[in-house]
Ligand binder design. Structure first.
Ligand SMILES: [Zn+2]
Length: 130
């Protein structure tokens, strides 16, 4: 079962980090990966980082194609990269956008198939106001 946590930038580092089971380095790598996004069309930068059972961290960012259909999301880049490197069990996933968006349907399918029991932390770069 996939478990989600949502956090915003201001909250996570000030108050909530101790309550999350994700390694802060995983979140930081996801934030760093967001800057590498190749999103010429949508201008919507997404960064992701997965943490493996071996505590390895593998990052990814969204990469858009002019064909749109060949565009790949940050989560899938990170997951496929980890799988290609031989890691089999993914324990945590950090996903960073400016808005705290959740994974799309295609990514949810891949998360379901390859990241069973993983904890997903959705991270917003913009503080969520009450
Ligand atoms: Zn997606």
């Amino acid at each position: 079962m996939l478990r989600y946590s949502t956090v915003s930038h201001g909250i996570i580092f000030k108050n909530c980090m101790k309550y999350l089971s994700i390694d802060p380095n995983t979140l930081q790598i996801a934030r760093d990966m967001q800057k590498n996004a190749l999103c010429f069309y949508s201008k919507f930068q997404v960064g992701a980082a997965i943490q493996t059972e071996e505590n390895q961290i593998v990052g990814g960012c969204n990469i858009e194609s002019a064909s749109y259909g060949l565009t790949i999301c940050a989560e899938r880049v990170a997951i496929f990269s980890a799988l290609a490197q031989g890691y089999k069990k993914i324990t945590h996933i950090a996903l960073v956008t400016d808005t705290g968006s959740f994974p799309c349907g295609a990514c949810r399918q891949i998360l379901y198939e390859f990241c069973k029991n993983a904890h997903i932390t959705i991270f917003s770069n913009i503080d969520i106001k009450k």
